[in-house]
Design a protein around this ligand. Structure first.
Ligand code: HH2
Length: 283
């Protein structure tokens, strides 16, 4: 059975709508929204807007992972994300991840109400990461990256990108389980744009998403506003990449990812609901 069939047509039993995760970056330098929500009041009102727009989950980040980004101290990152997570939790039960590599930030965020640790280093940043995730008992996203944010775009190399990413993610999932993370808490993410050539790697990775979905864990896909969109079409700043973001997110829906991580929640929710409604109407 094709993935398309699994997502939409094989009957209500197997039909699971894709979830939309709204991005909330409280950083001065994120690639598409840096500086816009650095003030606490602006960040909280953005969170409310994302929820009103139909977000099923939120992802709060206090350190940019864009290529070449400078690291942030633990204390600074905690100061950025923890009060915001607590303020959102005070008014909403929405599932919420913290986008961080640092175990101390993840611990503080979960104590404040985060339900998921989104780690772009797949629990490799610190020797304490695996044990910290096991101890927290929250959901955890293991994202694939070749290299680290400062150097990852210098010269990424793969022979078969989708197969290699799938194999490495399977290895990280095994490591997490061996360290005591419950299997059902683990999500995988192919890490589009993280140590991948703009078109030579990101496109075959997206075309081969079923390799990663086939590992049997829920998959989170982040394509929103990423640079490869401008490389495929024409040069455009991040906030003018909505069409490409939606097209790539729908490729994920077709491949049966569990959730898409996006900046433009309302538009993406509308696109995936229409996609799913048409798929469900097939006979
Ligand atoms: N992409 C970004 C950041 N975190 N986490 C996961 N799991 N998957 C992704 O694809 C992903 C991620 C980059 O986007 P953004 O948060 O908008 O920018 P920045 O890292 O500059 O804050």
């Amino acid at each position: 059975m094709s993935n398309l069939h699994r997502r939409g047509i094989s009957g209500a039993m197997s039909f699971k709508p894709v979830r939309v995760m709204g991005v909330l970056n409280v950083t001065p330098d994120s690639f598409s929204d840096g500086g816009r929500y650095a003030e606490p009041a602006a960040a909280l009102s953005r969170a409310r807007q994302l929820i009103a727009d139909g977000a099923d989950m939120l992802d709060v980040g206090g350190e940019s992972t864009r290529p070449g980004a400078e690291p942030v101290t633990e204390a600074e990152e905690i100061a950025r994300v923890v009060p915001l997570i607590a303020a959102i939790r005070a008014e909403s039960a929405i599932p919420m991840s913290v986008d961080t590599m640092k175990p101390a930030v993840a611990r503080a965020a979960v104590a404040a109400g985060a339900t998921m640790w989104n780690d772009v280093t797949a629990l490799t940043w610190s020797p304490d990461s695996l044990a910290a995730a096991a101890g927290l008992g929250c959901e955890v996203v293991l994202m694939h990256m070749q290299g680290d944010p400062r150097t990852m775009q210098v010269e990424p190399r793969y022979d078969d990108v989708a197969a290699e990413v799938a194999e490495e993610l399977a290895g990280r999932a095994e490591a997490a389980i061996a360290a005591g993370v419950a299997r059902e808490k683990i999500w995988l993410d192919p890490g589009v744009g993280f140590g991948k050539h703009m078109t030579r790697h990101n496109l075959p990775l997206l075309a081969g998403l079923d390799r990663i979905v086939g590992l049997g864990f829920p998959v989170l896909l982040g394509v929103s506003r990423k640079r490869f969109i401008a490389a495929v079409d024409r040069e455009a700043p991040p906030d003018q990449r909505l069409g490409g973001s939606i097209a790539a997110a729908l490729m994920g829906v077709a491949a049966v990812v569990a959730a898409v991580r996006v900046h433009d929640v309302r538009e993406t929710v509308q696109a995936v609901r229409v996609w799913e409604a048409i798929a469900a109407a097939r006979t």
